[in-house]
Design a protein around this ligand. Sequence first.
Ligand code: F6P
Length: 362
Amino acid sequence: MSSTKTIGVLTSGGDCAGLNAVIRAVVTRAILGYGWRVLGIHQGTQGLLKRPVEFTPLDLQTATSSMARSAGTILGTTNRGDPFAFPMPDGTKKDRSEEVIEGYRMLGLDGLIAIGGDGSMAILRHLAQQGNIPLVGVPKTIDNDVGATENSVGYHTAVMVATEAIDRLQPTAASHDRVMILEVMGRDCGHIALAAGIAGGADVILIPEIPYDLDAVAAHIKKVRHHGHNFAIVVVAEAVRDKSGERVQLSHALGGTTYGGIGHVLGEAITRRTGAETRVTVLGHVQRGGQPTWDDRLVGSAFGVYAVDLIAQGKFDRLVAWQNRRVVDVPLVAAFEPTQAIGADDALVSTARGLGICLGDR
Ligand code: F6P
């Protein structure tokens, strides 16, 4: 390899706040630190499937500080279109991985930085192994479920948005003597619900890792409303399951399912059991958009710089991670084997219980 390299960067999976901070750090470090060229690949691996391959050369005029504070991803992204099982117009699935690898080769890259969640990392690592692509991963997701890292880019902003929603729901709940239910995202993990619920002062927090019992939830709400305040705040993660293991999912007309809808199911059930008036807020994608918080910009910037340095050192198949207030790198496989769920011994579980918050199990 020559000392002047060209590297690629892409964003993959659901967007979140802070992606542009990572891209800006990658571009700045690569150009200022090493004199390299950086190509931004469009729409995750989809850009590599297009002919001609879809990308934009990124320079210091693009990679400004205002980019670091901007929402979304300037490169576009997708959480559909796994190249190993690509959905074709006739409804079949096709393995198009070799086309993606060919697209990568066409760009003449010396390395690839992929900013993605656990699902994207599994797919990209598979591609990298098949195509011998020098790959470094940067974790991002509001769900904060990427393994081996305390923080993924986007998580803090989502928690801030959810906390602010609770702050806004509390006065209207109190004014009307209502039980307010806030449904938050997070897929199979309850990180957003638990953190925002504690920070916002929720009475009940339901997370996928702790199956809930409606009788326990109803009993707690009755207790709160009789002996505490006249209202109650319930934060529920979208993928919670009751003791029978059932979850609520939405099917979409274009195909596929997502979690969502548990808030309304719960609202009715709580009214029936407690007699309380309930109202439901489904926070949805506002958790992913908007300006990144200072810490998502910070973590994103630190990750971007470190990822470029890993390429400079010839260290590939690595995931950049945040551990004990430091940026480190771990084997890329750690991103998804296993993903990071909330354990029974999690410090925030003890905090919630210590604050008298009902977690649905007792
Ligand atoms: O993984 C991020 C996430 O926002 C999840 O919390 C949520 O379940 C899912 O993506 C929603 O996906 P979509 O953007 O396809 O609706």
